[in-house]
Design a protein around this ligand. Sequence first.
Ligand SMILES: [Fe+2]
Length: 457
Amino acid sequence: MRILLLALLTTLLPAQAAFLVKPYLQLGDAPRPAAQERLELMWHAEDRGGAWTVEVQRGQGWTLQPAPTFHRLEVPPLPAHRIYRAALKNLKPGARVSYRVKLDGALVFAAEAQARKPGAHRMIVFGDAADGSASQLGIAKAVLAERPDAVLLVGDLVYGMGLASEYRKRFFPVYNSEEVPLMRSVPFLGLPGNHDVPFRRSAEAAAYFAYWSLPLNGPGLRAGEANAAPAVPGTHDAVVAAAGPAFPRMASYSFDYGPVHWTVLDSNLYADWESPALKAWLEADLKAAQGAAWRIVALHHPLFQSSRSHFDDQWMRPISPILEKHGVDVVLAGHVHNYQRTAPLRFRPGQVGHRGRPVAGEFTVDEAFDGRTITRAKGILHIVTGAGGAELYDPWQTDVRASWQPWTRVFISDKHSFTVLEVDGRTLKLRQIDAEGHELDAVTMTKPSPARPPSGR
Ligand SMILES: [Fe+2]
């Protein structure tokens, strides 16, 4: 009996003790689709030895993946831990693939991953997320029920200061649990909001750069330079070291998913998008994406929004003409804790004053677009989707249309919600869903088919 018990314990113990954070999927530094797709699998474990292996199922058999690597992170109050990464390679585009993780030969984790789809897909977007509330969990469950292919969080990923210990407590246990097995099944993408950047007094701040793995094709920033997240030497060294090349570069990037080109921007005040370096990158990125059917920009601070809260934070407005010039269709932001949708807008900024202030200018509003019968937008649709968990802002404005800016068409701040983007070729459907799965808003955008090249006959 004792031997049996011992044998049972030996089998179970590795599984129990294996993970501090269970495996979660990231896009990794793979911005563009490929004939053989890949995903990155990350997990956190105690700082001790052990032979980790990852396998992907192929037909009846399992294929061993390249050996996992790790960075060590020691930032109080968390004990030193290891952040592991392993590639899931040679995935068929769009396939669901089974994978499993072993520690010292014992199976400790198994799940199924969604590889990037080459065409029609469902992307879910929301921000201002992990505050540890019941609302956060409610949205997470509703997101799972919508069966996304990937999830993008538009900043303020974890409250209150983007700390490693806050990720451990409020982020991973909610989005990657047995009850809500989202992050083990589909890749999550993110971007830094004002709560995710280095906080001067906290060594464990800016965990974003160490815990996420996203494309490293953004502006070539270096630590300490203008426009880079301001990590303080001597304070943030451990996080910066664990982040490797991701710090500070991973703050902005771009990627393609199906027919959509996504441009992801760090809109925090230290990043000046009027500076030649950032502006040149943005222009070049959008210019190179003209072949995509859709261009979407994601960032934390909205360019245009109506909430009384954070009204002064519309400092990203000056990039609007660049986005318009290169045919951006939708801008998705968070920061403001509610849902807002504008009419399609074009904007000419007036004099750009101090950063950190809204910018006045001239608006051209497409009054005809209704997203139902008239679906071709003349201008950019600006969406605020910051109702992903944290306490809602200005709920009273929901029913007081006179408090909205003239170009705001929908303002919902009495319910938490998230955005579902269903893209199929030249049709993009945007739906806003609440924690009960009810549809709060829906618009469809379409584009004409591209002109066919002359046949020569
Ligand atoms: Fe924010």
